[in-house]
Ligand binder design. Structure first.
Ligand SMILES: [Zn+2]
Length: 377
């Protein structure tokens, strides 16, 4: 006999739980689509509230079946549900386990680019859509087989929704880096991106957890699910300063993850401010007011951390431009003009001016202040 176990604990006064929400007809349809049978035993679990999914047990097989809403809900709750189901599935110890997704009749537009991106992520992590036609009509959903395509699509949806800054992925050549917020729905989005990338890459992946004020790190369940693939190394958000205040200036060093995340949030994808180079692994987060100078100030450690990670205290520079900038062979004036030093001989000057395709950059007031601090004005 097939058994369907349904969460029945009310966790939000305004949202019915699945035990109240799903009709017997719908359950029968789910059962038939998965097992070919129409009779089942229904079990309501009064202690289970999290995640909009049911468990269907068919002899030694267990199906984790995500259930759509009846109307298009907020992005956050959709993402939260998918990540929660996936973690529950991965962490469940059973040989014959499956992931499914069932669409109820939905009102509202559920074919936005944002949702399409996450349906493809679901395909990539092996969700089986048991009634795709009902939810998405004739839409063809393909798995991602290439991390670069996934990154490009993620960047595209971020551009159409600039408030979405929960996670960034960079391609560093020999590895991928994910800078992910680790609070609430953001952490769930980060987890989903990690799951999908684990399925399609052989390269190492570093996940930098970017903690909000007082926020916790990714949940234990999600963390275990991410680590179970053995591909992703999780690194906690640490500042450039440690407790002894012993720091070194670093560019791509993992300890400046927060600074890089802040620049990704401010400027978007990496591209050199002086030459438009967009090759991720050549581009570094450059400080305007150098960390070495910040360290010398007689201010609190907290203030030092703030200045060292402030997005306005940074620009993206390629390796060439970063070195030229740090050595003073290129300077940027307070009105954003790019100036070449007279220390460069004529041949070098010609070369630097050839590779420096941008001659003026836009500076906001805070950036100008950091330049004043840099030049000790
Ligand atoms: Zn450059």
């Amino acid at each position: 006999m097939v058994e369907i176990i349904i969460p029945n604990k009310r966790y939000n006064r305004d949202i019915p739980n699945l035990g109240e929400d799903l009709t017997d007809e719908e359950l029968k349809d789910i059962c038939q689509k998965i097992t070919g049978q129409t009779s089942f035993k229904k079990t309501l679990d009064n202690n289970w509230s999290t995640g909009r999914y049911i468990k269907l047990v068919d002899n030694d097989k267990i199906h984790f079946v995500g259930i759509s809403g009846r109307k298009v809900s907020g992005r956050n709750s959709f993402i939260q549900t998918i990540a929660t189901i996936f973690s529950a599935y991965i962490n469940y110890n059973c040989r014959h386990k499956y992931l499914d997704y069932y669409f109820l009749q939905i009102t509202g537009n559920n074919k936005t680019n944002f949702l399409k991106f996450y349906y493809r992520i679901m395909k990539t992590i092996n969700f089986n859509f048991i009634n795709l036609q009902v939810g998405l009509g004739n839409l063809v959903l393909e798995k991602y087989d290439d991390v670069i395509k996934l990154i490009n699509d993620k960047n595209t949806i971020r551009k159409s929704n600039t408030a979405n800054k929960s996670s960034f992925i960079t391609n560093e050549g020999c590895e991928y880096r994910i800078y992910g917020k680790s609070f609430g729905a953001n952490s769930k989005e980060t987890a989903l991106i990690c799951f999908a990338i684990s399925f399609i890459t052989d390269k190492p992946v570093q996940l930098f957890q970017i903690l909000d004020n007082n926020s916790k790190s990714i949940s234990e369940n999600d963390k275990n699910a991410i680590l179970s693939f053995g591909k992703i190394n999780i690194i906690n958000d640490t500042f450039i300063f440690d407790e002894t205040n012993d720091i070194t200036e670093d560019n791509n060093n993992i300890r400046s993850a927060r600074f890089i995340y802040n620049l990704l949030s401010k400027y978007g994808e990496k591209h050199c401010a002086l030459c438009d180079c967009e090759i991720d692994n050549l581009i570094q987060a450059a400080h305007i007011w150098p960390v070495a100078d910040i360290k010398k100030e007689h201010i609190s450690l907290e203030e030092k951390k703030k200045y060292a990670t402030d997005e306005n205290n940074g620009i993206w520079l390629c390796e060439n431009h970063h070195k030229l900038f740090d050595s003073g062979l290129i300077t940027i004036s307070l009105d954003g003009k790019i100036l070449l030093s007279n220390k460069l001989n004529a041949i070098c000057k010609k070369y630097v001016s050839f590779i420096t395709t941008i001659n003026c950059i836009t500076l906001n007031e805070q950036m100008v202040n950091y330049f004043k601090l840099r030049y000790k004005l």
